[in-house]
Design a protein around this ligand. Structure first.
Ligand code: TEU
Length: 566
């Protein structure tokens, strides 16, 4: 038995009746790429509603929808022109209501994306700001400044856009003269709001209420670490990585990220959500913040409920790294009484089935093109399945990105002409960008657009290999990735792994991650072998599920995870 191994408690069990968001599995739908109801090549809300039963059968607790608001789509909807309406590309408010009603009928919660750091430049407030001129109340809702230099032709400071290039753009004033500059930490079409302005704060509380009143269960908060900027907007000389805003060790804190003042905003939002009573409505922070001690400040008891754990997503495929990140994530979250979250893929990163097929130790790429070294598809899938099985055995809340349940790789040969991610253009192609993980999902191998919609159209071309991964190729097929996800999600629920305590088992080879989850008082061994040699399971261990075939009865081969009752 595992009793012969020494163990270290890294996380105490939660109470069994712990509220839903402490252990929920949340499925991310990227609306433009999940299901196209009307055949225009772009996914939409009626398409989502139709296929919700697929998610109920998959066994998830909630869906999170990336933005569906009225938007010129300069950053795939993360540039919002009207926070209270649906873009015609995706449908209508009635379609959104129908989606929420259907999801609730099926027992699924619905989380929507909120984009408070910036709006679209086509938002009426920004248009009014341009028209009203310097010093006006309208301009004060955004971050306008005079330029530097005798004629104001230099940007107000040295900040860059996360997508590449300058973080400031100069406007032409109403009288035709070159005028002030506005800050955009992202695309030129995404001006940053001024969160020092009470009007902005009031507006967003009203937007929260608008969606809560329509019955939604929570918000994923975009760029949650960016709203408040350091007073005076000081220069920041230290180099920031374009991809994740990562700070070099020893460099000062960037003045545009993770400012203390941002927490006051979330405290007031929490009060709004709490006023809606039970069941809890939640806030989840998208905050690329390090170290974890600072990241968990977003989930203190009176702030948000969850924050994405990007350290787990970014961990290298090494046993030591995985042990370390699991241990430190749980401890950091426990220190503030929040659940940890776990995530391996989303619409901003190379899918984990591709990422894990790249050499270990290299920096995570921002997209892969045909000119880049290609991921090993077989190895990537094998590791992706092992990584997922490890992730879904951990206590806390887990996020699944659409298509990962199919083992879907990125599209790695998109031609430049199709690329739409502003990162690609703004970095002059230096950063390939995120289109490769956003390609429409294959549902049926032998149908136009692989069953994505009723026409053959797709807003990004699907690679021919996507047919092999289609839902209908995996449905009911023993050993398929889809069936693996279904089985694992069922077991996770049955054994209450999301609320279990967790122990780290010691005494196995170094390249093995061995954990004991004690959900519902049962003991579930989670064992991932990252070494080359097979590892024998402890005597008496009863295999519940494995990410790939075992050698013999009880030997776990390389890049494989097993759950076993012990
Ligand atoms: O992403 C925030 C963000 O900082 C990203 O640029 C992230 O660092 C990068 O994509 C990681 O590879 C959010 C949204 O998730 C993203 O889709 C939007 O483009 C961005 O905000 C702007 O709204």
């Amino acid at each position: 038995m595992t009793d012969t191994l020494s163990s270290q408690l890294i996380h105490p069990a939660a109470t069994e009746d712990a509220t839903w968001w402490r252990h929920a599995v949340i499925y991310q739908i990227y609306p433009r790429s999940w299901a196209d109801g009307d055949g225009d090549g772009v996914g939409d809300l009626p398409g989502v509603t139709q296929r919700l039963p697929y998610l109920q059968a998959l066994g998830v607790d909630a869906v999170w929808l990336s933005p569906f608001y009225r938007s010129p789509q300069a950053d795939a909807g993360y540039d919002v022109a009207d926070y209270r309406d649906i873009d015609p590309l995706f449908g209508t408010l009635e379609d959104a209501d129908a989606l929420v009603a259907k999801a609730h009928e099926l027992g699924l919660k619905v989380i929507v994306d909120l984009v408070p750091n910036h709006s679209s430049d086509e938002h009426p407030w920004f248009q009014a700001a341009l028209a009203a001129g310097p010093g006006s109340r309208e301009r004060n809702r955004y971050i306008f400044r005079d330029g530097r230099g005798p004629d104001g032709s230099e940007p107000p400071n040295d900040w860059h856009s996360v997508f590449g290039g300058q973080g400031w753009t100069r406007v032409t004033e109403a009288d035709g003269t070159p005028g002030q500059w506005y800050l955009h930490l992202f695309d030129v079409k995404q001006p940053d709001f001024n969160w020092d302005n009470a009007e902005v704060r009031e507006e967003f509380e009203a937007i929260l209420r608008f969606w809560l009143d329509r019955g939604i269960d929570g918000f994923r908060v975009d760029v949650a670490h960016g709203l408040v900027k350091e007073a005076g907007l000081p220069n920041y000389d230290a180099e920031l990585h374009i991809l994740d805003g990562e700070v070099r060790p020893g460099a000062p804190m960037p003045p545009m990220w993770d400012q203390d003042g941002v927490h006051e905003v979330y405290r007031s939002w929490r009060k709004v959500l709490d006023s809606y009573g039970k069941p809890d409505r939640i806030l989840c922070a998208e905050a690329w913040v390090r170290p974890q001690e600072r990241a968990v400040r977003y989930v203190r008891p009176d702030e948000m409920h969850q924050a994405f754990n990007f350290d787990f997503l970014q961990a290298q495929w090494r046993a030591e790294d995985l042990r370390e990140v699991i241990d430190s994530s749980l401890k950091a979250a426990d220190s503030v009484g929040a659940p940890s979250t776990w995530v391996l893929s989303n619409h901003d990163v190379v899918r984990h089935a591709s990422r894990l097929g790249l050499p270990v130790g290299q920096r995570r790429p921002n997209g892969i093109s045909a000119q880049d070294p290609q991921p090993d598809r077989e190895l990537g899938l094998r590791r992706a399945r092992a990584a997922t099985l490890l992730m879904l055995g951990l206590p806390g809340s887990a996020y699944i990105y659409q298509g990962e349940e199919l083992g879907l790789p990125d599209s790695t040969d998109l031609e430049a002409q199709y690329r739409q991610d502003p990162t690609f253009l703004r970095s002059n192609g230096e950063e390939v960008g995120r289109d490769g993980c956003r390609v429409p999902i294959p549902w049926k191998k032998d149908a136009p657009s692989f069953g994505f919609g009723p026409s053959g159209q797709t807003w990004l071309p699907q690679p021919p290999i996507y047919g092999e991964y289609a839902v209908d190729q995996q449905d009911g097929v023993d050993g398929s990735t889809l069936e693996l996800y279904r089985q694992v999600l069922r077991l996770r629920r049955e054994r209450a792994l999301g609320s279990g305590g967790l122990q780290l088992l010691e005494g196995l080879p170094d390249d093995v991650v061995a954990l004991l989850n004690t959900g519902r008082g049962e003991r579930t061994l989670l064992l991932t072998n990252l070494g080359e040699e097979p590892v024998r399971l402890p005597p008496g261990a009863e295999v519940l599920v494995a990410s790939g075939p075992l050698t013999g009865e009880d030997e776990v081969p390389t890049d494989t995870t097993v759950w076993a009752a012990v």
